[in-house]
Write a protein that binds this ligand. Sequence first.
Ligand SMILES: Cc1cc2nc3c(=O)[nH]c(=O)nc-3n(C[C@H](O)[C@H](O)[C@H](O)COP(=O)(O)OP(=O)(O)OC[C@H]3O[C@@H](n4cnc5c(N)ncnc54)[C@H](O)[C@@H]3O)c2cc1C
Length: 327
Amino acid sequence: MADVLTYVLHYEGAFNKNSLGAVSEAAARAAEIGGTCHAVVVGGDDLSDELCQSLGRYGATKVFRAQGPEGLAQPVVDVMAKVIDENGHGYALFGGGLLGFEIGAGLAARKQAGVTMEVVNVRAEDGKLVAERPILQDSKISVSHYQGDLGIIIGRINAFELHEDGSGPAEVVDVDVEYSPWSTQAKMVKRGEQRGADVDIEGADILVAGGRGLGKAEGFELAEELAKAFGGNTAVAATRAVVDAGWYPYAAQIGQTGKTVSPKLYLAAGISGAIQHKVGMQSSENIIAINKDANAPIFEFSDLGIVGDLNKIMPKLAEAIKAKKGG
Ligand SMILES: Cc1cc2nc3c(=O)[nH]c(=O)nc-3n(C[C@H](O)[C@H](O)[C@H](O)COP(=O)(O)OP(=O)(O)OC[C@H]3O[C@@H](n4cnc5c(N)ncnc54)[C@H](O)[C@@H]3O)c2cc1C
């Protein structure tokens, strides 16, 4: 029997979806090994009793609340390490992203514990938790078993689904933490949204979607130019590979762990057409793909396929659309 501790990030009075998914996952897996799910939150006065108690809806039975800077890794490591030392949690399980990965690495070093990042599935086996993560460009799954008193499991962004299990409010416990000297060295100067984070790909009539074939973050300028040429209700979307690489914001991701879209026209540029991407866009009315590899899987479900270098084709296409509109 082991309890599972999760960390929940909040911003402007609301918990983040990635973290709430991790609470649901931690609660479900803890129940399978005879334990319960507890959560850690770190912040200021905006962490009201009511807000913390609301984590009970996702399966947390207890919430450890510490006063401290929100959104920085080292203070969270201090709080989690203290809570684990005092309560003997067997696992720490939380959502990934830059902050989650940094907290996971810090906690693993502090507690001399095993850590697995980018986990997409967690299961119980013989009363213990086992973590699965894709490797080798998602072509294989690596399975992690844990030794020792603590196992750390960090999910891929939004890998864990959020469930409201109808439970009542969680118990809120205030924790006093003396932060390590290095934990207070960094200050949060400003938080803001990434460019394109508010993009509405679900409501767009035309989507120009970019993948790894765009080569680099700046490659998305080609997709933005083409979207501008189409005009009207057109947006730029992306694959998971480029979102994970930080080339485009998560809000634009289509697929199994992103959004499901069904625009009138979906244009894929430099996208291979992996099954996890396909499930998010296959009901588009018309699918056009540009790919330099004639055997790319995306061509199997495209209405029109263009084999060639997108760097040459996309600017020409944008020019042709503008000329057609102008004429
Ligand atoms: C649990 C799980 C969940 C996942 N969820 C998602 C999800 O929600 N969404 C998602 O998209 N993926 C998801 N993935 C990842 C998915 O498996 C693929 O790895 C990803 O979709 C590949 O992205 P890509 O097509 O951009 O890159 P790649 O597969 O690397 O394809 C790049 C393509 O660009 C082409 N190309 C390269 N250069 C050029 C050029 N100059 N001109 C034209 N074409 C070019 C190449 O021929 C290639 O076909 C998930 C994976 C797992 C395991």
